[in-house]
Design a protein around this ligand. Structure first.
Ligand code: GTP
Ligand code: MG
Length: 203
């Protein structure tokens, strides 16, 4: 009887946990963004910018807000490392795709890498936040300009948002994550992933 009530209590009161993949080409600012997310939500100092090195493996960040737990997976964006991304797709509830808004020369690469992400069937229906990073730089384009540059046709099929911001000064981060959490909470994909993990727990 106790375990029945405990199970019910857990079901009603435990926080949902969402996995968010942080993707984007090298130097877009993914790891810097993750450090800023941690410093905003955990209210602790993140790594100083000059201590952040190009990612080769996986950086993990965990935060909690009032209703949910979020686990971020930050992967390396160098061309030779992008084949690793798809290993994480199946378990991801959503994607943050980071773009350096001040590096116009990287837009084509960012666009084609993002198109591959969007085409992958393991990420079907995953909400997508495109974070137009480095907005505090004078050369940065706005989120509207970036959307025009990318001109992504596949976007109509899924919930998505362009969010301008900066991993240095933290602008745009909370707004982007609030949107992503709302989308994950009502996403069909979340239902499917939850059902799958409940089935796996029973086996
Ligand atoms: N001006 C400015 N620079 C930034 C910002 N975010 C990151 N950078 C810088 O951009 C460079 C790359 O940042 P990283 O966070 O290492 O980029 P990354 O996307 O994780 O790169 P990989 O791990 O190689 O894929 C570093 O010099 C950062 O300090 C930002 O918001 N503004
Ligand atoms: Mg990195």
């Amino acid at each position: 009887m106790f375990s029945l009530f405990y199970g019910l209590w857990q079901h009603v009161f435990s926080k949902a946990e969402f996995h968010v993949l942080i993707l984007g080409v090298h130097k877009a600012g993914k790891t810097t963004l993750l450090e800023k997310v941690k410093s905003i939500y955990l209210k602790e100092e993140g790594l100083p910018h000059d201590r952040i090195v190009p990612t080769v493996g996986l950086n993990i960040g965990r935060i909690e807000d009032a209703n949910v737990k979020l686990v971020f997976w930050d992967l390396g964006g160098q061309p030779g490392l992008r084949t690793i991304w798809e290993k994480y797709y199946e378990e991801a509830h959503a994607v943050i795709y980071v773009i350096d808004s001040a590096a116009a020369s990287s837009f084509e690469d960012a666009k084609s890498a993002l198109e591959k992400v969007l085409h992958h069937e393991d990420l079907q229906g995953a909400p997508l936040l495109i974070f137009a990073n480095k907005q505090e730089l004078p050369a940065a384009v706005t989120e509207e300009e970036l959307a025009r540059h990318l001109h992504l046709k596949e976007l109509d099929e899924r919930p998505y948002m362009f969010q301008a911001g900066s991993a240095y000064d933290g602008t745009g981060i909370k707004a982007g994550i609030d949107w992503l959490v709302e989308e994950m909470e009502r996403s069909k994909r979340t239902e499917v992933l939850m059902a799958r993990s409940e089935t796996a727990e029973k086996i």
